[in-house]
Design a protein around this ligand. Structure first.
Ligand SMILES: Cc1cc2nc3c(=O)[nH]c(=O)nc-3n(C[C@H](O)[C@H](O)[C@H](O)COP(=O)(O)OP(=O)(O)OC[C@H]3O[C@@H](n4cnc5c(N)ncnc54)[C@H](O)[C@@H]3O)c2cc1C
Length: 451
């Protein structure tokens, strides 16, 4: 019998493998497709490389009034190089430094205590499910008859794309609208909801629209009766917004957990999101099996997947009973300026009469002013009874760094006074957090640079 079987070799599976070795356990690591899973191959890394190219040229056009766009296909080759290097460095080479048995193939539960891969059966003491997620495709009239893209295809086009329609209005839709408009394509976004990024407060949705419209992206909200068809060489998307013609259609309509692994044989149940149901310690309804990463379907983020993988192994073999504080899990949309949040939004706090929102625009900040940042805002939701920070949302350059600092504050249960009592770099973007905290006590427009 194997001590530990891990299904999936993405972020969650790798973190589980490393934690297992730390505990003196040699696991069986089963996976299919490219080593490293989504993030390094078709997720964070390739998308962020392309965004960095898009942002560099956009900044260049703005600063020196040039009309220069990057070479379309060269941008994707550059991305491939980064993906290849990081996959080797962070996954292939790493694997060689651990005590692990790698099995490539599709795993399915045979029963409560074993997994099958081809003709091989692996009995286990404990198992971690880390099978990730895949694009979710809603029903849309005509979609089954056309060759549409998901994010995987949009990261590897076979030729220059002049026009792209994106259905969706959350992080992936915004990031791909940035990438493709930055590479010179005409981009339209069709969103069914009344606003973009509905998981943020409305003022952030309004600013998100302003940002991508400044790239030249056309945005259609409240879209209904969407139909798609191919006419000649073009894809036609029609609905209450009219008719949009483009070369390619990208479905950026969320992701769903990969749960088709014979769960019924192992008596593992699903949660209301269609992911694997777990308790706070990541144990499934089968006490010998734990789950980690996108397959749980709560929040699909690389660092969260990694932490869950590590915690699942700790909880499977020790008495540590580790849990994730989901209020301290930051997320970021890597457009420019970026949009980020951690903790509770005002919409999530409706009904709590002790909440005050402290808001400061980015141009109140010396650094924002220096960098000519016109669009930007930070919002701190604070509990008036003890001045504890309940949630932070931000639009700013370096939002990913600001929200990292915010996540530390959330994890520590910090108050706005803890922020005010901290020393910070001047001039920096993350100072905006302290400025928002200071706005509780006075008008920030009447404060000098450093107070
Ligand atoms: C375009 C895009 C951009 C993203 N950008 C970011 C970002 O900037 N920041 C961020 O934090 N997150 C980002 N994400 C999300 C992030 O990539 C995922 O949350 C993370 O990679 C999930 O890791 P995982 O280990 O749970 O799953 P995965 O990495 O998907 O790994 C799952 C593994 O399980 C294997 N598997 C599945 N079924 C079986 C089976 N039956 N048998 C054997 N193996 C199986 C798969 O082959 C794969 O190796 C992005 C995602 C996408 C799509």
């Amino acid at each position: 019998m194997e001590k530990l079987v891990i299904i999936g070799y993405g972020a969650a599976g790798f973190a589980a493998m490393i934690k297992a070795n730390e505990l003196g356990i040699k696991p069986i690591l089963i996976g299919k497709g490219s080593l490293g899973g989504t993030c390094v191959n078709v997720g964070c890394i390739p998308s962020k490389k392309l965004l960095s190219i898009s942002h560099f040229y956009r900044e260049l056009r703005k600063r020196i009034n040039s009309n220069q766009f990057p070479d379309f296909m060269a941008a994707f080759s550059e991305k491939d190089e980064v993906v290849g290097t990081l996959r080797k460095k962070k996954y292939e080479d790493i694997l060689n430094s651990y005590d692990v048995k790698l099995v490539q193939g599709e795993a399915k539960f045979k029963d409560r205590k074993s997994v099958k891969v081809g003709n091989d059966i692996y009995e286990f003491e404990r198992c971690i499910i880390a099978t990730g997620s895949r694009p979710n495709i809603p029903e849309i009239e005509g979609l089954e008859k056309i060759d549409f893209w998901t994010s995987d295809r949009a990261l590897s086009p076979d030729k220059k794309v002049e026009s792209l329609t994106i259905i969706g209005g959350r992080a992936l839709a915004l990031e791909f609208s940035d990438i493709y408009s930055g590479l010179g394509a005409e981009v339209s976004i069709i969103q069914r909801s009344p606003r973009l990024i509905p998981e943020y407060d409305p003022e952030f949705s309004v600013m998100a629209r302003k940002i991508i419209e400044s790239y030249g992206v056309k945005v259609f909200l409240n879209s209904k009766n969407i139909k798609v068809q191919k006419k000649n060489d073009k894809l036609i998307v029609s609905g209450n917004f009219g008719i949009i013609e483009s070369e390619r259609l990208l479905m950026a309509t969320g992701r769903k957990p990969n749960v088709e692994i014979g769960l019924e044989n192992a008596q593992i149940e699903l949660n209301e999101r269609g992911g694997i149901k777990t308790d706070e310690e990541l144990r499934t309804t089968n006490p010998s099996v734990f789950a980690a990463g996108d397959v749980i379907g709560i929040k699909m983020l690389e660092p969260l997947a990694g932490r869950q993988g590590s915690i699942a192994v700790s909880n499977a073999f020790t008495e540590e009973k580790k849990k994730i504080n989901y209020d301290a899990v930051p997320e970021n949309i890597f457009i420019s300026p970026g949009i980020a949040k951690v903790g509770k939004t005002s919409s999530e706090l409706i009904g709590n009469m002790y909440v005050k929102s402290l808001k400061v625009p980015i141009d109140s900040l010396a650094r924002g002013y220096i960098e000519n940042e016109e669009i930007g805002l930070v919002k701190l939701n604070v509990d008036l009874r003890n001045l504890k920070i309940l949630g932070i949302q931000v639009i700013s350059e370096r939002s990913e760094e600001i929200i990292n600092e915010s996540a530390i504050l959330m994890n520590a249960g910090a108050t706005i006074n803890d922020l005010i009592d901290s020393n910070q770099i001047f001039p920096s973007f993350s100072e905006v957090l302290r400025l928002a905290a200071l706005s509780y006590y006075g008008d920030v427009n009447k404060m000098s640079c450093c107070v």
